[in-house]
Structure formats: C-alpha cells, structure tokens
Design a protein around this ligand. Sequence first.
Ligand SMILES: [Mg+2]
Length: 146
Amino acid sequence: MTIAVDFDGTIVEHRYPEIGKELPFATATLKKLTDDGHRLILWSVREGDLLQEAVDWCRERGVRFHAVNGFFDEDAVDAAENAKRNPHYSRKLKVDCFIDDRNVGGLPDWGSIYQIISRRITFEQLLQEEAHDMEPEPKKRPWWKF
Ligand SMILES: [Mg+2]
C-alpha cells in the first residue's frame, strides 16, 4: 500500500512549530510498515526548514519516506502549471490510506494502526474483535450437572 502519514499530532505530539514527543510506537510501526513493503509519504503542513526538521527527525529514527508532501515528480512543479498541462491533474494524493490525527473519530493507537493496515481490516472490524475478546467466557456447567 501507499500510505500518507501526517507528522504533528500523528507521529509526534502536537507542539508545532516545535517537535513534540514521539507518540508511543509511531516510528517503530512506520519502520515495520516499510519493512513489510509499504510506501510511506510524509504529508504535513510543514514547509521549508520546519519540514526538513521533521524529515530529519524521522530519518534519525530510521523512518524513511518515499516522498514528502507529494507523490509524483510533477508535484514539484507549480500546481497551476500542472492544471494547464493536464486537465485531469488533481492535488489529491493517490494513496491507499492516510494516517492523520484529524481522522474522523481521531487517531487510533499505533498498534491498532499496524493491525488495520497489515491485516487490511477496518477500524470498526478491529474494535469488534477487541470487544469480542473482552466478552466473558460463557460459564461452564460443573461436570456433575451434565
Ligand atoms: Mg496533525
């Protein structure tokens, strides 16, 4: 899969323009996703030096991105120029999913994110599984009542 990942509030606690503390297991999960063959795109409102700081912060922790704030080479060119050259050009990222703290319903923990992506299930399916796992075992009848 190709996965767009936000930085502030998603990989690290939201302290923009500072870099907050890493959210538990964020970088470990991103590295595992890359090892599993997924392509990561950093998708952030950061620009310039602040963006580079985020990229460097991730690289220092072993997280490498396929692309940063874009996908194809043409994203490096001005969007208006792209629109002229290709009437079907869209700024929308062509990715399979987004990991972002602004998801409807909020950001799952990184363990859940890994389960959802690697098993290709929905967040709802994961929650149902977890709810099922928490149901008490049906009471067993004592052997003398059989
Ligand atoms: Mg964010």
